[in-house]
Design a protein around this ligand. Structure first.
Ligand code: PLP
Length: 442
């Protein structure tokens, strides 16, 4: 070690790296050599190059931007909804420095972080009150813990959903201190199933099935039917809406889905939803509903543990303002991507494929389908134009890997022997980078 540190090769590394870091890296390398029982190289130059390479890798951020050409708009692995320019601006301009996060400027005294988005949310949904927490899973925990800790919650067996990576509704109910009372069958649940167990319950929970659909011999009880039943027994109806639709998208040809406003109008007392799915904003859990229940949630000590941070509040407020201004479809990238027409995408695909052809690649434009993702509109396919790329002497699998392993990673799909790219989910300003990555792959 002393010999290495005294060498000219290591001196060059030590000139711009703290000694302790270099020593630590050398120790790790030597420990690996001992463990692998490989003969240790004697050359100080080898160690210097190895230390420098490892330090550079360690300094590369782990979280990096990628180009999403998969055609899945709300891709959970890729951070769900991309933020609107106004939301990004709000994070930088408002939340990055000092702000009135918990300060009432007019009164000159303490304020609440929960007040910032509340008025926007109540006016957009028709709710009496609103509360924003860390994410929808946290929202559900807070709602159930506040309303039904130590008591039963009725939930249809058809709604015992697993959303993805470790989120199962049944487990969330139990962890929030309530006990689950399953009613009905997997495919069919009737009003009478709830009615029979009303006496044992503190609340009725309805969960949007999000990422799957049932068909055939099926029936469920709507929120509209459940609400009077719950209220007749003095119980609240809690509706986990999942994706958080603020405005209907039926005019785009998408199937009917409840919005937060219609769920409340149907009689739900509390509605929960995500901020970063169809709503098109930052990760957040949005709770809207009855003022007395929301007030109890705000006072629940768990609320502090699940609280939303200032970056989210800034981005969410800016996102919600797009809905108020009536510009959501234009300003929110996720909605803009969903609303993009086949003709628009085809035009972009043709222009990109021409540039790829000019660079000597085989690139066709083919009909295909994009998906919305994020547990919204399962099975719905949006017609799109795919760019199918091939390179002589490179298999589709190799090309896909080359695109994925460069900077920024370009994520595409493989269809048959070709790599296909869907520009629906590529921001127009990223097209030059996309072309550059394909032309210079490998
Ligand atoms: C996505 C989803 C959740 C979890 O929301 P997060 O914001 O990811 O915590 C809960 N319930 C339903 C119905 C969902 O679709």
């Amino acid at each position: 070690m002393e010999r290495l540190l005294a060498s000219q090769a290591l001196a060059d590394v030590l000139a711009h790296e703290p000694r302790a870091r270099v020593v630590e890296m050398l120790r790790i390398i030597q420990a690996e050599q001992r463990a692998a029982k490989t003969p240790a190289p004697q050359d100080a130059g080898w160690y210097a190059a190895e230390v420098a390479a490892r330090l550079e890798r360690a300094d590369t951020p782990s979280l990096i931007p990628v180009i999403n050409a998969t055609g899945v708009v709300l891709h959970t692995n890729l951070g769900r909804a991309p933020l609107a320019a106004c939301a990004i601006d709000a994070i930088m301009r408002v939340a990055a420095g000092y702000s009135n996060l918990e300060y009432d400027v007019a009164a000159g005294k303490r304020g609440s972080r929960y007040d910032h988005c509340a008025t926007l949310l109540t006016s957009l949904t028709g709710a009496e009150a609103a509360l924003v927490v860390n994410n929808n899973a946290a929202a559900l925990v807070l709602v159930l813990n506040t309303i039904a800790q130590g008591a039963g919650v009725l939930l249809s067996r058809g709604e015992l959903v697993e959303i993805g990576d470790s989120f199962r509704v049944a487990e969330i109910v139990e962890r929030s201190g309530a006990s689950l009372i399953e009613v009905g069958a997997t495919n069919r649940t009737h009003r009478t199933d709830y009615e029979e167990r009303l006496g044992a319950a503190r609340a009725i929970l309805k969960v949007h099935p999000s990422n799957y659909r049932t068909s055939g011999f099926v029936s469920e009880v709507s929120a509209e039917e459940l609400a009077p039943l719950a209220h007749s027994a003095g119980l609240p109806l809690i509706y986990d809406l999942g994706s958080g639709l603020i405005e209907s998208l039926e005019d785009l040809g998408l199937p009917h889905e409840p919005t937060a406003r219609t769920a409340l109008a149907d009689g739900a007392d509390v509605v929960t939803m995500s901020g970063d799915k169809l709503l098109g904003g930052p990760q957040a859990g949005i709770i809207v509903g009855r003022a007395d229940l929301i007030e109890r949630m705000r006072r629940n000590p768990l609320c502090r543990a699940l609280r939303v941070d200032k970056l989210t509040i800034a981005a969410l407020e800016a996102t919600l303002q797009c809905y108020v201004r009536g510009t959501a479809r234009r300003e929110l990238p996720a909605l803009r991507m969903i609303a993009a027409t086949l003709a628009e995408i085809e035009q972009r695909a043709r222009s990109v494929s021409e540039q790829l052809l000019a660079a000597g690649l085989a690139a066709d434009v083919d009909a295909g389908a994009s998906a919305i993702g994020g547990g919204a509109y399962p099975g719905v396919e949006l017609p799109t134009a795919l760019i199918a790329v091939q390179r002589a002497g490179t298999s589709a699998r190799q090309l896909e890997e080359q695109l994925r392993s460069g900077t920024p990673p370009l994520l595409a799909r493989i269809a048959g022997e070709r790599v296909v790219l869907d520009l629906r989910t590529v921001l127009p300003e990223h097209e030059p980078a996309l072309i550059d990555r394909i032309v210079n792959a490998g």
